[in-house]
Each structure stands twice: as structure tokens, then as C-alpha cells.
Design a protein around this ligand. Structure first.
Ligand code: ADP
Length: 594
């Protein structure tokens, strides 16, 4: 049901109030008029009675009662008033309308009774004599101290009604005229009240439909003008804010669409809130179609879904790599962070993806190239080493220089051999890790560490270095035994290499939060802080000459790093120059942390 307009709410109320007031006023006025008219009529009747009373009194005292009737006849006709004279016993002796002989005893009439009690009697009732309603006024006719008769004047009520009806007609006409005037006036006032409100309503509707430039007129009553003024201010502020928001949105869109990185935002239910053109291109999805859809329906990739789930459940920024399978495999580096609204509530996640397919391909090419080259060089180097050994072991006499040169060549060939072995080992680990070929199994850690110590036993005892192992038998890891042993061996080998004669080495395995950590401690030369961040890079050596002298290839720690990563862990170093180092391998725990 439609709502009534304000005008049609104000106007009828006004009209109703006014019509009721006029009706009440008319009713009250007509009653007052009637009362007043009846009073006047009674006063008139009483006056006429008083005028006649001396004459009647005179006739009665003189005993010429017969003349009373003819006097009443005459005066009654002239004054259009019925005149009656009644004796104290109730007998009617004169009446202007009827023969008194035929009339009943009037002693019981109320006005007569009152008049015999000395007052002016008034009454209005039906006259049996004249068969109509009459107004009666009776006064006592007095002689000396006694009432000798009652003179009654009366007039028909119908006459009074006729006179009153003329007044009533006038009052009704006046009332109707006043009602019409008031109705027109009410309509005019109602319109004056409702018009500004109507105008503000129309203005508010325009604001709501987005037209905020239009201003409302501020004239009229103070309240209306203040309201219009406030609404105009509100609209202008809203307009400013909307423009700022639109401008910011456009800027943001411009930034997002000019980004090379793909940006996508999802809500907590993993529905896509927005994505830029780069993301649409990288993930080969339709930007328009994708909005609001669940990410799983658009991109069927379990890694991406896992990454988004991890981002949504993490308070920290998340980093990871995603592989997208298709006609040609593609690799992305992804950064995820939680999206929060103005109140700080999580509303979803923002994912930034970078296409690293080219980098990956180049890396693979490099690995393959290094592996191929190393492989190709290995055979000639082995034969060179073989020939040198043959020459050195031969019984033919050699000049001291020849022998010295042969030993130098043998040293270099051995170094080259070590580098090639390390390079091949590194390439193998990288390739196997990338293709997921590294087989991990649940195994006890202690035997692996014991194995690594045994491998280094020779070099350690050469320098009289005691190697201590601290590891509970119960510690389990998910590992590739050979690789993990290789990594620990490299660390022990380094510790031996860079420690002084007799300086002890401790290998300790502990469980910390989510990791099993293998520490290899030495009290050797230590590494200054500036070198520590780069120590795990390929061929990075703090002191090249010293490393070379000790048979180092600069690849040992790089191998450790790759092996640890292949196990889902990481390697760290803590060291102080001149005081020793602690190299640690962190492996994910497979038993639940207590
Ligand atoms: P290298 O074959 O030269 O030892 P690594 O990759 O194993 O190569 O080590 C890189 C460099 O880190 C070394 O050259 C050495 O300077 C430093 N380093 C490694 N382990 C230790 C250690 N335990 N104490 C001091 N320096 C070390």
C-alpha cells in the first residue's frame, strides 16, 4: 500500500478540526440564541402581563368580572398573545382564545401555582385547550396584601420555533461558508508546510540517485532552511569523498594494471575479489568471468590452493613457489599476505605472483651444462692423474725439476678432480631435488652421524683432533641417509680443515620446536660477520689461498645447503673470528613436538 503524501495528512486533519470546531460553535450559538430568545419571549409575555395587571385587578375589585373576559379578548387579539385570568380556586374567568365556561380548572398548572405563591410562573408545555405547545408566563393579580387572581400570558412555541429557524438557517449558512473558507485556508497552509518538505524529499531522492551536484533551495522556515543547508553540505562532502575514492581507485587500477607481477585478492572463502591484467594473463584466465568465482573453479592447481590456504591461516607474509602444469610447465614465485579491513579484521588474502619460468629454465640449463662439462672433463682428468702417477712411479731416472713439476701437476689434477666431483654431486642433488627423485625415509639419526665421523676420522686423527658425538638414540628424521651423511661429512671436514692441531670438535643433535638440529662445533679460525651471509654460495671462500692450500673447492657448504633444502630444512652458521664456528643443519621434526 502506497504511503499518503504529507499534504493529504495535514489538510484533512486541519479540515476535521475546523469543521468540528465550527459545528460545536454553531451548536453552542444556536442553543444560546434559543435560550436567549425564549428568555426574551418570556420577558415580553411578563411585561404584557404587568401592563394589563392593574386593569384586571381593578375590574375584579369592582366586581365587574364579566368585562375582564372581553378585555382579554380584545387585548389578546391586538398583542397576538393569549391572555387568561384564573381565580384562586382555579376557575378560569377570562381567556382570549376560548370561552372560560368550557375550560377546566387550572389550579394544578405549575405556572399558576407559582404565581399564587407570589412569584412569576413560567412553563412550556402542551395546551389541551388549544391542542399545541405553548409558553406560559403567569403573574399574581394583587389587591393590597392578597392575591386575588393570576393573569397568564402565553404564546405558541411554534411561533418561537419559526423565528428561531430563521436564525438557525443563517447560522448554518454562515457555518458552511466558514467551513469552505477554512478548507481553502487549510489547503493553502498545508501546501505551504508540505511544499518545502516535498522539495527536500525530491532533492534527497536526487542525491540518492547519485546527482550530488544539485543543491536544495535554502529559503523558507528556519528549520527547513537549516535542514536543506545541512543536506547540501552533506551532499557536497559525499561528492568530494566519492571523487577521492574514485580517483584513488583509478590510481590503484592504473598501478595494478601496469604491474608486471600478477596480483590477485581472494576473500576468506577463496572467492576472487579482484585480479589485475598481469595475473589474468599469467594464469590464463578471463578477468571479467573470474570475479567472484572460487579460485579452485578457475585455476585447477592444488599448489596455488595450498598456498592461499597457508596465507589465510598465517599472520606472517608467506613465500613459496608454484608450478603450473599445462602445454608447457610454468613456474611462479608467490608472495602472500593477509588482507585486513579498516577495523583490522581479516577479510582475505593478497597474492602477488612472479613468472620465474625463464629463470628456472636458465637455471636448469646451467645445471645441465655444469653437469655435462664436469662429466666430460672427469675422464681426461682421471687419465691425466693415471699417467702422472705412472710417470712418478716409473723407475726411469728423472731430473729433480721434472719430478717437482710432475708433483705440482698431480696436485692440480687432484684439485680439479675434487672440484669436478663436487660439481657433479651438486648438479645431481639439484636435478634430483627438482624432479622429486630424492627418496626420504624415516630413519635414526645417530648412525648417520657416526658414519660421517668415521669418514672424517683419518683427517681428524692426522691433526690429533678429538671428535665428540652427543645424540640420543631415539632421534628420528626423515632423510636420505647417503645425502645427509655427505652433508654432515662436509661440515666435519671443514671443521677439521679450519681447526688448529688438537682443537676438539663436537657434533650434537637436539630437538628444537619444529626441527631436529645437528650442530657441528669447532674452536677453529671462525668466520668474520661480513662473510657469513655468503658462506653457502658456490665457490665463495673467505680466504681463497688458504682454502686451496687445505684442499678446499669452495663447494662444500653449497652442497650442504642443497642437501638440507632437499630435506625440507635449512642450514645456518654462527661464528666468531678466532673463536670457532657452529654450523647447523635444521631438519623438519617427524615426531610431534611436546
Ligand atoms: P671450502 O672447500 O673452501 O672449504 P666450503 O664451501 O666448504 O669451501 O666453505 C666455504 C668457505 O667457508 C671456506 O673457504 C672457509 O673460508 C669457510 N669455512 C667453512 N667452514 C669453516 C669452518 N668450520 N671454520 C672456518 N671457516 C670455515
Amino acid at each position: 500500500m502506497g504511503r499518503t503524501r504529507l499534504l493529504w495528512q495535514i489538510f484533512p486533519s486541519y479540515l476535521l478540526i475546523t469543521v468540528c470546531s465550527i459545528m460545536a460553535l454553531t451548536w453552542y450559538a444556536s442553543r444560546s440564541f434559543r435560550d436567549f430568545y425564549l428568555d426574551q419571549e418570556a420577558i415580553g409575555l411578563e411585561s404584557r402581563a404587568h401592563l394589563l395587571e392593574p386593569q384586571i385587578s381593578h375590574f375584579l375589585i369592582d366586581g365587574i368580572a364579566t368585562r375582564t373576559d372581553s378585555l382579554c379578548d380584545l387585548l389578546g387579539r391586538r398583542s397576538k398573545t393569549r391572555l387568561t385570568v384564573i381565580l384562586p380556586d382555579g376557575q378560569v374567568i377570562a381567556d382570549s382564545e376560548r370561552d372560560p365556561e368550557t375550560m377546566d380548572n387550572h389550579a394544578d398548572r405549575p405556572e399558576i401555582k407559582e404565581a399564587f405563591h407570589g412569584a412569576v410562573g413560567r412553563s412550556m408545555r402542551f395546551s389541551n385547550t388549544l391542542q399545541k405547545n405553548l409558553m406560559y408566563v403567569a403573574i399574581p393579580v394583587v389587591s393590597g396584601d392578597s392575591t386575588i387572581a393570576v393573569l397568564r400570558t402565553s404564546t405558541p412555541v411554534a411561533t418561537i420555533r419559526e423565528a428561531l429557524s430563521v436564525i438557525y438557517d443563517d447560522l448554518i449558512i454562515g457555518g458552511i461558508a466558514a467551513t469552505i473558507l477554512v478548507a481553502l485556508g487549510s489547503l493553502f497552509i498545508s501546501r505551504r508546510i508540505s511544499l518545502p518538505i516535498e522539495e527536500i524529499r525530491r532533492g534527497a531522492k536526487r542525491f540518492a540517485s547519485g546527482n550530488l551536484r544539485h543543491t536544495l533551495p535554502t529559503g523558507g522556515a528556519e528549520e527547513m532552511s537549516t535542514l536543506a543547508d545541512t543536506m547540501n553540505q552533506m551532499a557536497s562532502q559525499l561528492d568530494d569523498r566519492i571523487r577521492t575514492v574514485v580517483q584513488q581507485r583509478n590510481e590503484l587500477n592504473a598501478v595494478l594494471s601496469s604491474m608486471v607481477e600478477g596480483v590477485l585478492a581472494v576473500d576468506r572463502e577463496q572467492r576472487l575479489i579482484s585480479l589485475n591484467q598481469a595475473a589474468a594473463d599469467l594464469l590464463s584466465i578471463d578477468q571479467e568471468f573470474a570475479q567472484g568465482q572460487n579460485i579452485l573453479e578457475i585455476i585447477r592447481n592444488i599448489e596455488l590452493q595450498r598456498f592461499i590456504t597457508a596465507t589465510l591461516s598465517s599472520n606472517e607474509p608467506v613465500e613459496g613457489e608454484i608450478e603450473l602444469h599445462g602445454d608447457s610447465d610454468r613456474y611462479f614465485q608467490a608472495h602472500g599476505s593477509v588482507l585486513t579491513d579498516a577495523t583490522g579484521h581479516d577479510i582475505g588474502a593478497l597474492i602477488v605472483i612472479n613468472d620465474i619460468t625463464r629463470v628456472r629454465r636458465l637455471e636448469r640449463m646451467r645445471t645441465e651444462f655444469v653437469a655435462n662439462v664436469s662429466h666430460e672433463i672427469r675422464t681426461p682428468i682421471t687419465s691425466i692423474q693415471g699417467f702422472i702417477e705412472t710417470l712418478l712411479d716409473s723407475d726411469d731416472p728423472q731430473t729433480p725439476d721434472t719430478e717437482r713439476f710432475l708433483r705440482i701437476i698431480a696436485n692440480h689434477a687432484e684439485r680439479l678432480g675434487s672440484i669436478i666431483e663436487d660439481l657433479l654431486s651438486l648438479s645431481r642433488i639439484e636435478q634430483e631435488a627438482e624432479s622429486g627423485e630424492i627418496h626420504l625415509e624415516k630413519t635414526e639419526l645417530r648412525p648417520i652421524l657416526v658414519g660421517a665421523i668415521q669418514i672424517c676420522e683419518g683427517s681428524a686423527s692426522e691433526k690429533n683432533i678429538p671428535v665428540q658425538l652427543v645424540c640420543r638414540d631415539t632421534i628420528l628424521v626423515s632423510a636420505n641417509q647417503t645425502l645427509l651423511e655427505e652433508a654432515v661429512t662436509n661440515l666435519i671436514d671443514n671443521a677439521v680443515k679450519y681447526s688448529e692441531f688438537g682443537s676438539p670438535i663436537i657434533i650434537e643433535a637436539v630437538t628444537e620446536d619444529e626441527y631436529v638440529v645437528i650442530h657441528v662445533r669447532d674452536r677453529g679460525s671462525g668466520i668474520s660477520e661480513e662473510h657469513q651471509p655468503r658462506i653457502f654460495e658456490r665457490f665463495y671462500r673467505v680466504d681463497k689461498a688458504r682454502s686451496r692450500k687445505r684442499g678446499g673447492t669452495g663447494l662444500g657448504l653449497s652442497i650442504v645447503k642443497h642437501i638440507t633444502q632437499a630435506h625440507g630444512g635449512f642450514a645456518t652458521v654462527e661464528s666468531q673470528l678466532g673463536r670457532g664456528s657452529v654450523f647447523s643443519i635444521h631438519l623438519p621434526r617427524i615426531d610431534t613436538p611436546s
